[in-house]
Design a binder for this molecule. Structure first.
Ligand code: GDP
Ligand code: ZN
Length: 363
C-alpha cells in the first residue's frame, strides 16, 4: 500500500493511503539519507509504502487499558464491566487465534513504513547551529510560501533574503505572501510597492493579502492551486490566521485528531499537511519559522542571490566575493543602484555568518 505522510509528531507518522485510509505509522528499519544524520528519516510530504501491523498481543491491550483509565476515574462503578469484557476479549488474540490490529487511542490503525519512494526534493534544517543532527521539514515541495508583514510587526529584509537564499539552495520556487495589508498606512503601502517591485523583478511571486479582510486571498488560492506549498513565517505575521482562512475544515478535523492522538502521551507536532479545496495542499510547520541553517560554502553564497550571481559573472576575478576586490561588477552595480542595497546587505550578512564559523563544514 502506498500513501503520503501528512503529519509528523516525532514518534508517529500519519499516512494517508492513496485510497483514503489513515494509518499511524512507525518506521521499519533504518532509512538514512546519504551523509546526513537526521532526527527524522521520513518527512511530511514523503510518498511511502506501508504495511499494516497485525498484532494480537500486548500493544493493543496496553493502549486500550490506558485509554480506559480517564473514563474509569469519572465513572468508576460503571466502567468495570466494560474493562472486564475488553480484557477477556483480548485473551484469545494473545494466544494467536485472532489477530487484532493495533489501534491507537485516536482510533487510528497502525502500520509500518517499509519504503520511502523517490523524493523530488526535501527541505532540511539543522537542529541547531552546532548540531550535526538535521531535521527534514518537508519533502516533495512545489512552492515555499513565506508569510511576511511589512508592519505590525515588520519582517526584516535580511530574514526574507535568507529564506529566499535557502529556497534557492533547495531549488524550490518562492512566493512572498505579504499579510496584514489592511493595517498599512501610507508609508507602509509605498514600502509594500517597493518590496513587491524589487522581488517581482527578481522573479519571485509576491502577493499582498489580508487574512483579516480577505483581500488578495483569491489570488493566493490561485497561486497555491494544485501545488504542495510549505508555509513559513516569523511569529505574529498571521500564518495561523491565514491557514484557517484557506483550510478551515481540514484544520478543525486535524485539531480533533490531535486531541485524540495526544491523550496520555506527550507529542509535539513537527509538520502537518492540509488539503486545499480543489487540489493542492499546505504543509505547516508549527514552531519552525524559517528554514534555519543550511550548509553552504563561502563561494556559494552569491549563487543564492540571483542578481548578484548574474552580475558577478562580469567581475574581474572568478572567485570575487564582491566585498573589496578591484574590478568588481557587483560593487559597480550597487553604486549605480542596479542592485538593491538591502539585498547586498543580506548577502554580506550570510558571508559574515560563514566567517564567524556559525555554519560549520559539511558533514
Ligand atoms: P502567527 O504567529 O503567524 O500564526 O500569527 P497569528 O495568526 O496568530 O496572528 C497574529 C495576530 O495578527 C493575531 O492577533 C491575528 O488576529 C492578527 N492578524 C493576522 N492576520 C491579520 C491581518 O491580515 N490583518 C490584521 N489586522 N490582523 C491580522
Ligand atoms: Zn565582484
Amino acid at each position: 500500500m502506498t500513501g503520503t505522510v501528512i503529519r509528523n509528531t516525532g514518534s508517529w507518522y500519519d499516512v494517508r493511503t492513496d485510497d483514503g485510509q489513515l494509518f499511524a505509522c512507525k518506521v521499519k528499519g533504518n532509512f538514512r539519507l546519504r551523509g546526513i544524520r537526521s532526527t527524522n528519516p521520513v518527512a511530511v510530504g514523503d510518498r511511502v509504502a506501508i504495511k499494516p501491523t497485525d498484532t494480537g498481543d500486548s500493544p493493543a491491550a496496553k493502549v486500550q487499558a490506558s485509554n480506559d483509565k480517564p473514563a474509569a476515574k469519572v465513572q468508576d462503578a460503571n466502567d468495570k464491566p466494560t474493562a472486564k469484557v475488553q480484557a477477556s476479549n483480548d485473551k484469545p488474540a494473545a494466544k494467536g487465534k485472532i489477530t487484532v490490529p493495533e489501534v491507537l487511542p485516536s482510533g487510528l490503525p497502525t502500520a509500518l513504513i517499509t519504503e520511502i519512494l523517490d523524493r523530488r526534493n526535501y527541505i532540511i534544517r539543522r537542529a541547531s547551529n552546532l548540531s550535526k543532527q538535521s531535521h527534514i521539514i518537508a519533502a516533495n515541495v512545489d512552492l515555499a510560501g513565506l508569510v511576511v508583514t511589512l508592519a505590525h510587526p515588520e519582517t526584516s529584509t535580511t530574514f526574507i533574503d535568507r529564506f529566499i537564499a535557502s529556497a534557492e539552495a533547495y531549488r524550490v520556487p518562492v512566493a512572498l505572501i505579504i499579510n496584514k495589508v489592511d493595517l498599512y498606512d501610507e508609508a507602509d503601502l509605498s514600502y509594500l510597492d517597493a518590496i513587491m517591485h524589487l522581488y517581482r523583478q527578481l522573479g519571485y511571486t509576491c502577493l499582498a493579502v489580508s487574512a483579516e479582510t480577505g483581500e488578495g486571498l483569491d489570488a493566493l488560492r490561485d497561486e497555491l492551486h494544485g501545488k504542495t506549498t510549505l508555509f513559513s513565517g516569523n511569529s505574529g505575521v498571521g500564518k495561523s490566521t491565514l491557514l484557517n482562512r484557506l483550510v478551515p475544515e481540514a484544520r478543525a478535523k486535524t485539531a480533533e485528531l490531535s486531541a485524540a492522538h495526544d491523550q496520555g502521551q506527550h507529542t509535539t507536532t513537527f509538520s502537518e499537511m492540509y488539503d486545499l479545496d480543489g487540489g493542492g495542499c499546505i504543509i505547516d510547520t508549527p514552531g519552525i519559522r524559517g528554514f534555519g541553517t543550511f550548509d553552504f560554502e563561502r563561494e556559494e553564497v552569491s549563487h543564492f542571490f540571483r542578481e548578484i550571481f548574474a552580475i558577478g559573472r562580469d567581475c574581474r576575478f572568478g572567485n570575487c566575493t564582491h566585498t573589496h576586490e578591484p574590478g568588481c561588477a557587483v560593487q559597480k552595480a550597487l553604486d549605480n543602484h542596479e542592485i538593491a542595497e538591502s539585498r547586498y546587505q543580506s548577502y554580506l550578512s550570510m558571508l559574515e555568518d560563514k566567517d564567524e564559523g556559525k555554519y560549520r563544514e559539511r558533514f
